[in-house]
Design a protein around this ligand. Structure first.
Ligand code: NAD
Length: 295
């Protein structure tokens, strides 16, 4: 009597098996990170070429580590063994969590999330790695929105510590706790944030890209902008290079979402240098050409 009540403990669902939808830049990185940290993961895409890209992403990171003497060949084999590539939903039936990482398009994501929910167990957690699309908007495609939230990794997944866990209005505490625990198990530093287009990081990053686009349209040389940001200002890379790393297509889709979400502050700039590249299908590192050339 008189003693403070113990805070109610949240039963945290343990993630023993995961799935990632999409084997692109992010899907491949997420598969690698989960597998490396000991959680087997199914990686689904819509064609074999895309699956190969995802597997190559993982194999590339592993080979580099082995070559540098930071990893044994045995650990590399174990990690690769933890990744199951697939083109069907059959192998996601018994996973504890799904991370959707397909293209940044609300309609494609809505369709994929519906398919996911029809194919997972009743208590599986469903997350989206969307960069900018509101979690409450995506939750409209989910029958049990309490099991859904954002799980936003950063690129390259194996190097970037942050994961934003985005809580929608219907996300349960149990879901948030389980996703935070899975992110920590993957060796990441999760933060829980509220929902809005762009969440936390991209609310900061996209105005920066927009400022960069404006400067270029006013005559600035993008290579010089990058050089100053890198060499004098000390950031790891400048905005043009970063856009090439993110993918010009993904950045363009994100810009559209931010413009729709914040029409007065983030209106899309016509002739933005990224949209010019996008229209010419120069998508950055993923196609070998963007602001810069990659061999
Ligand atoms: P990407 O273009 O490299 O890969 C997308 C993959 O999704 C492709 O392999 C494509 O074949 C696959 N796909 C499309 N429809 C599918 C379907 N119905 N089922 C399964 N797979 C399908 O894109 P990305 O850069 O990996 O981005 C994926 C998601 O991650 C996007 O929502 C993006 O906003 C987000 N994100 C990207 C970055 C980044 O820097 N690129 C960072 C954080 C988050």
């Amino acid at each position: 009597k008189g003693k403070a009540k113990k805070a109610a403990k949240i039963a945290t669902k343990k993630v023993e098996r995961a799935a990632v939808l999409g084997a692109g830049i992010m899907g491949g990185g997420i598969a690698y990170q989960s597998a490396y940290k000991g959680t087997p993961i199914v990686m689904k895409d819509i064609n074999n070429a895309a699956l190969d890209l995802g597997l190559n992403t993982a194999a590339g990171i592993l080979t580099k580590s082995v070559d540098k003497g930071r990893m044994t060949a045995k650990k590399m084999a174990q990690t690769l063994n933890n990744i199951t590539p697939t083109l069907t939903y059959d192998s996601i039936k018994d996973v504890d969590i799904v991370v959707e990482a397909v293209v940044e398009n609300p309609n494609v994501k809505a369709a994929v999330l519906k398919e996911v929910e029809a194919n997972v167990s009743d208590d599986a957690i469903i997350t989206s790695n969307t960069s900018t699309i509101s979690i409450d908007l995506l939750a409209q495609s989910i029958e049990k929105p309490e099991r859904f939230c954002g799980m936003h990794f950063f690129n390259p997944v194996n190097k970037m510590p942050l994961v934003e866990v985005i809580r929608g209005k219907d996300t349960s505490d149990e879901t948030v706790a389980a996703v935070v625990a899975y992110a920590a198990k993957m060796g990441k530093s999760p933060i829980v944030v509220n929902d809005c287009p762009g969440f936390y990081i991209n609310r900061v990053l996209f105005p920066y890209f927009s400022g960069f686009a404006q400067l270029v349209l006013e005559g600035a040389n993008y290579e010089k902008v990058d050089k100053v940001m890198e060499k004098q200002f000390g950031w790891p890379m400048g905005p043009a290079y970063l856009l090439d790393v993110v993918g010009i297509d993904t950045a363009d889709h994100c810009t559209d979402v931010m413009a729709a979400g914040f029409p007065t502050r983030m209106a899309k700039i016509s002739n933005d240098p990224s949209s010019v590249l996008y229209n010419e299908k120069l998508l950055g590192q993923k196609t070998g050409s963007g602001f810069y050339e990659y061999s």
